[in-house]
Design a binder for this molecule. Structure first.
Ligand code: FAD
Length: 544
């Protein structure tokens, strides 16, 4: 064991939240060490070369959730992080129905009138209501969620915000309560008559979980996932980052380093060390995969809760009740990611072509999938461990926004396939993933004729590969389902929503905490604030 420099804190994982947490700790005068098992920083927010000359965002591919304070404090724009707004989303159905949904509700409503005049009228009203409710919810993302079993004085800020927002929304409280608890199927069925409109609006509510659209709690995701996090931003305002999502985390790492944080890549944390004292269990440091022991009084884990408490922490330093709660977190991923290198942009069938260049849908997100009743059956099948055929697919062409991601005049497409369960009833993902990818490509052929012949290279990432690549338990993109029973007071588990853990000095700072997954940086920022709150004032700005 080698002697180690003295750090104030270790951050487990250089995912974007770990980097954000390290930045704020360093800015407050601490010396944090970020330890990342991969050779690159960024976690699931990275750009990687998947074939010679072709680079893709292998995890997250669009940015919309980044909190304004994080963007400003880390000076991400000055560091070159720039986004290009996504174009309209093209929704494609197996029976040939096509529906182009623009960001602008007026344009979208006009398009909807082809399918249903009633739905066309309903859309702007529903969207306005969702935006209003989301704008009340979003400020809570920057606050620490209280533990309802022991509310402290400082929790009143959060509770007051909730109360104030509740009063602002008092005319809509009944609607908000319904939205928080009902299924996406029921919520949309009350508002829209066309099964295509319901599907186009409801596919996302599944959100990498095993829930079906008929599962209670899924409607809430409409609020969380579909509404822009910029006030007044409207529906689905996604941005493609120039240079890929990795630009965001490279800039975050630069900001953290500039403040004095150290980042070590290519070495994992094998154990979070702790000891029992008369007052309870306290953290004492970490053991790295190269055998180095780093003694520190503070550890922040950006790894998911199941990995943190199931693998890294000494099992007998946790109570049975706590371990049972963590073990029961729903964290089974259902997405498969396929990155394609293409010799040209494929043309969508059944959509009028304008000129011979880039079409509007190439700039946006293409959604392909079945109606919600079929999706419900597919998700039921996924719960039984059977990957669904004809599943919901989300496809983008990032080279339309940044040609630099591929060699001259070539393109990449990122393809997310849902209802592909991490846990299989039979066989292993390593054996079936290429066959599943072949099937997905032949399905895509029906929507983009000739796409298979255009594929020069492909990278297939099964849920098992996502687990291996990003170190996410169950390959779950969000470190656990985003359902009301696993959010806010309940995330990661009841009693520990405030980033603290049963071990003194050990905090969580990743997507498994409030406000959940997505590239927001809120979790890392909030966690760092709680760490600093717990520190005696004089030790925050120690001389170095
Ligand atoms: C395929 C896919 C598509 C997605 N699409 C989007 C999208 O378009 N937009 C969006 O906003 N979000 C998207 N997400 C979700 C988003 O990427 C994640 O929720 C977010 O990146 C989580 O960030 P994090 O920092 O909390 O955790 P992570 O990014 O998971 O980072 C955790 C880090 O900890 C490291 N680590 C784990 N264990 C250890 C250990 N023992 N020692 C050292 N290091 C360790 C990991 O290697 C990783 O780098 C997607 C995710 C995936 C997988």
């Amino acid at each position: 064991m080698s002697a180690e420099k003295s750090y104030d804190a270790v951050v487990v994982g250089a995912g974007h939240n770990g980097l954000v947490a390290a930045f704020y700790l360093a800015r407050a005068g601490l010396l944090p060490l970020v330890v990342e098992r991969r050779d690159i920083v960024g976690g699931a927010c990275v750009t990687e070369e998947f074939a010679p000359g072709y680079r893709a965002s292998t995890g997250a591919y669009v940015l919309s959730m980044l909190r304004p304070a994080v963007r400003a404090d880390m000076r991400l724009a000055e560091r070159g992080v720039a986004t290009d707004d996504a174009g309209p989303s093209l929704n494609m159905f197996p029976d040939g129905t096509r529906l182009m949904l623009d960001d602008d509700p007026v344009v979208a409503a006009k398009e909807l009138s082809r399918l249903s005049p009633a739905d066309s009228k309903a859309l702007p009203i529903v969207e306005e209501q969702l935006i209003r409710l989301a704008e009340l919810l979003v400020p809570t993302f920057d606050l620490t969620a209280p533990n309802l079993d022991r509310i402290r004085r400082r929790d009143w800020t959060t509770l007051r915000t909730l109360f104030r927002n509740g009063r602002k929304a008092r005319d809509e409280l009944a609607e908000a309560a319904f939205l928080m608890t009902t299924s996406v199927d029921q919520y949309l069925a009350e508002r829209f008559e066309s099964p295509y409109v319901r599907a186009a609006l409801g596919w996302h509510a599944i959100n990498d979980s095993l829930a079906g659209p008929s599962t209670g709690g899924t409607a809430f995701v409409l609020l969380h996932d579909h509404v822009s996090h910029d006030p007044g931003g409207g529906m689905r305002r996604w941005g493609f980052v120039r240079g890929g999502m990795g630009r965001v985390t490279e800039a975050m790492a630069e900001a953290a380093r500039e403040e004095g944080a150290e980042i070590r890549t290519g070495v994992g944390v094998s154990k979070i060390l702790s000891r029992k004292t008369a007052e309870g269990v306290v953290v004492t440091g970490v053991l790295l995969s190269d055998g180095t022991q780093v003694d520190v009084p503070l550890v922040l884990s950006g790894a998911d809760p199941k990995h943190t408490f199931g693998t890294l922490v000494e099992a007998d330093h946790l109570t049975d009740e706590f371990r049972a709660r963590v073990a029961a977190i729903r964290c089974v991923g259902t997405s498969m990611k396929i990155n394609l290198a293409l010799d040209k942009l494929p043309r969508a069938s059944g959509v009028a072509t304008v000129g011979d260049g880039v079409q509007a849908y190439h700039r946006g997100i293409v959604e392909i999938g079945p109606t919600l009743d079929v999706l419900d059956l597919q998700q039921a099948q996924a719960r039984r461990g059977i990957p669904a055929e004809g599943a919901h697919i989300e496809m983008c062409f990032p080279t339309v926004h940044d040609p630099g991601l591929a060699p001259d005049a070539r393109h990449i497409a990122t393809v997310d396939v849902n209802s592909q369960p991490y846990e299989l009833a039979e066989g292993s993902w390593d054996d079936i993933k290429e066959k599943v990818a072949d099937r997905v490509l032949s399905e895509l052929e029906g929507y983009f004729p000739g796409i298979s012949a255009s594929v020069l290279h492909r990278q297939v990432l099964s849920p098992l590969d996502l687990e291996r690549l990003f170190g996410m338990t169950g390959g779950h993109a969000l470190h656990g389902d985003m359902a009301p029973d696993q959010l806010f007071f309940n995330r990661p588990v009841r009693g520990y929503a405030d980033y603290r853990t049963p071990i003194a000095g050990l905090y969580l700072c990743g997507a498994g905490t409030h406000p959940g997954g997505g590239v927001s940086g809120a979790n890392g920022r909030n966690a760092a604030r709680e760490v600093l709150r717990d520190m005696p004032r004089k030790s925050k700005r120690r001389a170095r």
